[in-house]
Design a protein around this ligand. Structure first.
Ligand SMILES: Cc1ncc(COP(=O)(O)O)c(C=O)c1O
Length: 471
């Protein structure tokens, strides 16, 4: 496919010049492509057609919750009155928007069990950073508490968020059940307890497994004076069944752009709200959205706040989608989690005869297989992922979590039919059989994608994303 520059009808003619405007720093005119509007439309339509998306096929990308986001929530987010709002508007002029944010906070309080919520952070990692900043502020006068415990299967953003707040990360191993090794944790607390500020946990974790020791863990940490932080990016597994507060967590972040109806990935807007217990509420970022009994307002007068973490209140359109989703789902949020967990267990049980299953127990919304059996035949997990792309299926997350060799992390979500799940299962079984009988075939895949077998090492080492003009 030609680039938009190659479609330029007059490549050798004088480049298009943007009118009379004088650019202070520009000495040559902008080299913009000179094509018709229709050609531009066709160009971008063709590009978008080459993209794989949930509307085209199954997207079991583990840890990403690529579920169907009802279109009605997109419609609501595009209401003109929301679109035309300006964040500098006077509070009295945007009562509806403030009310929506206030009500969304109340809903998230119920779902997470926390006492207060800020919607401000604009991504999961941003929410983590904000949460760990609150932990840092909480221990401001306890200079010794500089360490944060992080399980070896944590999402990579966890250690980064701790480190960026000046904490030292202490890794803790997983036990054979895939949970935190409780004996190791007890030793750590026994020997270094007065240095431990917090533990950062995801439950269910990135293996898709629920840590059944969670109450013992929270008791141990609280007795030690430490805080428990919950990475709530996997909330799709537990909504309405339990919540981080019941597990003993003090502070939590959520990914609205996974669980609550905004597509995840692609660099689009996100929201990573942070919820806290009463004890930590005073540290939340400003402004807080509050209700006086008569009107909603943004309150900046919070002496203990960590300050601002976004320019304004966060990504408002994501709040609208989440709010519409929560209202329309109501108690069915619980069923969404039930179905997500059921779908994952269904696939896991059907595939465990064909692939190695490192943790053979009930999973939550996702599970992790290993491609070790196929690797012995020369077929790596990456090769199988490429083969899946020829079956109108997005590959699962591969090579993560790092503790599983040749990992394939599969998250089907609640929104797929049994027929789709069965097709996927059959494709995976075909792949396992083909790897057994005809491993050389995997050298050629994928055969049907816009970009065929790419030299990934070359692409990674010499990334070239700019068009080279002749002159
Ligand atoms: C478990 C977990 N934690 C944190 C994050 C970070 O979220 P974000 O990509 O929005 O920064 C993710 C992202 O998918 C995740 O899966």
């Amino acid at each position: 496919m030609k680039t938009i520059f190659e479609k330029n009808k007059n490549l050798n003619s004088k480049p298009f010049f943007c009118g009379e405007i004088e650019f202070n720093n520009r000495i040559t005119p902008l080299n913009l492509p000179n094509t018709t509007e229709l050609e531009v439309m066709r160009h971008y339509k063709e590009l978008s057609d080459r993209n794989f998306c949930i509307e085209k096929g199954f997207y079991p990308l583990g840890s990403c919750t690529m579920k169907y986001n009802p279109r009605v929530n997109e419609v609501v987010a595009r209401y003109e009155d929301f679109l035309n709002l300006h964040p500098m508007q006077n509070d009295l002029d945007c009562q509806g928007a403030l009310e929506l944010m206030y009500d969304l906070e109340q809903a998230l309080k119920i779902i997470t069990g926390m006492d207060a919520i800020t919607l401000q952070p604009c991504a999961g990692a941003h929410g983590e950073f904000c949460a760990m900043n609150i932990v840092k502020k909480y221990f401001e006068n306890d200079k010794k508490r500089k360490k944060v415990i992080i399980p070896d299967n944590a999402h990579g953003t966890n250690p980064m968020s701790a480190k960026m707040n000046g904490f030292e990360c202490v890794e803790i191993k997983s036990d054979e059940q895939g949970g935190v090794d409780f004996d190791e944790l007890k030793n750590l607390i026994k020997n270094n307890g007065d240095e431990i500020a917090a533990i950062m946990m995801t439950n269910p974790n990135t293996l898709g497994l629920f840590d059944e020791n969670i109450l013992k863990i929270s008791e141990l940490l609280h007795q030690n004076g430490s805080l428990l932080y919950y990475d709530g990016a996997n909330l799709n597994a537990i909504m309405g069944h339990t919540n981080p507060r019941l597990m003993g967590f003090d502070i939590v972040h959520l990914n609205l752009h996974k669980t609550f109806s905004t597509p995840h990935g692609g660099g689009g807007p996100g929201a990573g709200p942070v919820g806290v217990t009463k004890e930590l509420e005073k540290f939340l970022p400003i402004p807080r959205v509050e209700f006086s009994g008569e009107r909603y307002f943004r309150n900046y007068q919070k002496p203990y706040t960590i300050g601002k973490v976004s320019t304004f209140c966060g990504n408002f359109s994501v709040f609208v989608r989440a709010y519409a989703y929560i209202l329309s789902m109501g108690n069915n949020l619980k069923n969404a989690s039930t179905d997500a967990v059921l779908a994952a267990n269904y696939i896991k049980e059907k595939l465990k005869k064909y692939f190695k299953l490192p943790y053979n127990r009930s999973c939550m919304h996702e599970f992790v297989l290993s491609g070790d059996i196929q690797k012995e035949k020369g077929v790596s997990t990456l090769m199988m992922a490429k083969r899946l792309m020829d079956s109108n299926c997005h590959p699962p997350t591969v090579y993560f979590p790092l503790i599983v060799h040749e990992a394939m992390m599969i998250e089907p979500c609640e929104s797929e039919t049994k027929e789709v799940l069965d097709n996927f299962i059959q494709t995976m079984i075909d792949i396992a059989n083909e790897a057994e009988k005809d491993p050389q075939k995997f050298e050629q895949y994928p055969l049907s994608t816009p970009v065929l077998k790419a030299d990934e090492t070359l692409a990674a080492r010499h990334l070239n994303t700019k068009y080279e003009f002749n002159n």
